[in-house]
Design a protein around this ligand. Structure first.
Ligand code: HEM
Length: 530
């Protein structure tokens, strides 16, 4: 009887993505805890006690900047399912990938978590309406294709030249410098070139204040999205609170939105002027979007659509790529024998650059498999897109994943960091940066389950842009410069644990996107050209 009452009360208040209403009085509180802990359809799944009661647990996890790493530890403790919110399950079961992501679609749409990511209204990243999403995605896909990216390579090369000049100056002075900062500046300028036909000029100015405050927006979005029933209220009310930290996050978001709006205005005006003058326009990603037409109606995107997509490019395309590149170099610098093998491969298989600014993506793709394997291993061991990629189970029958029946309405997610560190999938040496693991046929076969760019219809549209950047940058820099870590004593932090030891993961922080916690201090020498 008690159980029947409890279940009917549960179903009355439980709606996907909503926190239950506050119970009244201690009896109500005890009853509520009983319902959630014992009779809830997800009651059998282990996880932190507070997480089973409220989404606030997940909010605090994001604010700790350790969400993906803590979740990975919870999976180590509890196994392949962890209940991380009242209606939220995280899983590291291998068969979740084809079911939820590769086939996914309407039966497993994105959850309300993503509502927090758009500016004024959803962009392609945050859209939960699958038919709308697929139209928007078709609008965009050509400008992100390898053909388009290859046409834009000269703009990447210009920016690689600026980076190389900077490195050459450090070679001459022997000064130590933060490689992570240089990569960050480079990636921002390149995104400006590719997406908006104009560099943001951060490298030349060497000015941190020109960096779009993407991290602030990402943290705000992750923390407010984690509490879906409150996301819109929080968006409205939090900016009014006189809390400095909060203000900074909202100001960061506003600055990114303003930057996106300015880019759109400037590009639309340039196109109109160009049309009047009969000039050819430069084919950047935003321009393709401005000119794209709805496949059925022929309509073009509105100013607001363009601004929200431009905002998405700045958010999704900068921190992700620069953090990935820094992590790649972190691993290579901490594994000198692997770095040496990459350099030998480049020297052996690629022509000297002579006066060319950088290798082309075609050369890197076809000629240097070992470096590509290192890049893949970096994506596995330290994927940067680490927020839970949450999908709602829509089928009234529920779904079976990892041998467990998961009921309709549940939010199921893979957190890339946790999934890429599941020993059952990747072996007990999952914490070791070992590119040679991809030589083993059974590991190579698992490539298709690597989640660093997501998979299926919602996978990263900027994947080719990001990879092109990473391929060109790593091959060119390793050809021309010998990089080494500065002595531990010169590092800005106490690095006694594992700094020079590849058996430990680096210290990471996450705002939904992971990054090295500390600067990557190195010295560079010019390599004698061969
Ligand atoms: C190393 C760099 C990058 C990584 C690791 C990365 C990772 C990801 C991941 C995992 C997703 C799927 C998210 C989900 O399922 O919820 C995604 C989606 C997306 N990414 Fe990236 N990304 C990177 C670079 C870029 C770049 C350079 C751009 C654009 C300039 C970009 C734009 C997008 C967009 C628009 C989506 C949403 C796609 C959709 O839902 O259709 N990303 N990215």
């Amino acid at each position: 009887m008690l159980r029947a009452n409890a279940i009917s009360s549960f179903t009355a208040f439980h709606q996907p993505g909503r926190d239950p209403p506050a119970p009244i009085g201690w009896r109500g509180a005890v009853f509520f805890v009983d319902v959630v802990r014992v009779f809830h359809p997800l009651a059998k799944y282990p996880g932190p006690f507070l997480a089973s009661l409220t989404d606030l647990w997940q909010v605090s996890e994001f604010l700790s900047l350790k969400q993906p790493y803590n979740l990975t530890e919870l999976h180590e403790k509890y196994g392949q399912f962890v209940r991380y919110g009242p209606d939220k399950l995280s899983t590291t079961a291998e068969d979740v990938i084809p079911i939820l992501y590769q086939k996914g679609g309407r039966m497993f749409p994105k959850t309300e978590f993503y509502d927090a990511y758009g500016a004024a209204h959803p962009n392609v990243f945050g859209m939960r309406d699958e038919p709308m999403h697929s139209i928007r995605r078709r609008h965009m896909s050509h400008s992100f294709s390898i053909t388009s990216v290859k046409k834009m390579e000269p703009y990447l090369d210009e920016n690689i030249t600026i980076l190389k000049n900077r490195l050459s100056r450090y070679c001459n002075t022997g000064e130590a410098f933060d490689l992570k900062r240089l990569f960050h500046f480079y990636v921002i300028d390149v995104l400006g070139e590719l997406a908006f036909a104009q560099s943001f000029g951060v490298q030349e100015a060497d000015d941190e204040s020109l960096v779009p405050p993407v991290v602030e927006h990402s943290l705000l979005a992750a923390a407010t999205g984690a509490w879906p029933s409150m996301t819109f209220k929080l968006k409205r009310w939090l900016p009014k609170l006189p809390v400095r930290g909060l203000r900074k996050l909202f100001e960061g978001r506003a600055a990114c939105a303003k930057l996106a709006a300015d880019c759109v205005r400037r590009r639309v005006a340039a196109l109109q002027e160009g049309e009047k003058a009969g000039n050819e326009h430069r084919k950047d990603i935003l321009t393709s979007l401005i000119l794209a037409e709805h496949p059925d109606t022929g309509e073009r995107l509105t100013q607001a659509d363009l601004e929200t997509e431009a905002f998405g490019f700045i958010i999704a395309g900068t921190h992700t790529t620069s953090a990935t590149t820094s992590l790649l170099f972190y691993h290579l610098l901490h594994s000198p024998e692997i770095m040496a093998k990459c350099v030998a491969e480049i020297d052996d298989r690629l022509q000297p650059l002579l006066n060319r600014p950088a290798y082309s993506v075609t050369e890197v793709e076809s000629s240097i498999p070992y470096l590509r394997q290192c890049i893949k291993e970096n994506f596995r061991i330290t994927p940067v897109f680490t927020m839970p990629l949450a999908r709602r189970v829509m089928d009234p029958q529920g779904v079976v994943i990892g041998g467990e029946h998961i009921p309709q309405g549940t939010s199921v997610a893979v957190c890339n960091h946790a999934f890429h560190h599941n020993p059952a999938v990747w072996g007990d040496d999952h914490n070791i940066f070992d590119p040679s693991r991809w030589d083993k046929p059974e590991t190579a076969a698992r490539s298709r389950y690597l989640m660093h760019f997501g998979l299926g219809g919602r996978q990263c549209i900027g994947k080719t842009v990001a990879q092109t950047n990473i391929y060109k940058l790593s091959s060119t820099l390793l050809r021309e410069f010998a990089l080494e870590l500065v002595e531990a004593s010169e590092q800005p932090v106490d690095v006694e644990k594992g700094f020079f030891n590849r058996h430990h993961l680096p210290e990471l922080v996450s705002v939904g996107i992971s990054d090295l916690k500390y600067p990557l201090m190195v010295r560079a020498k010019k390599r004698v050209s061969s």
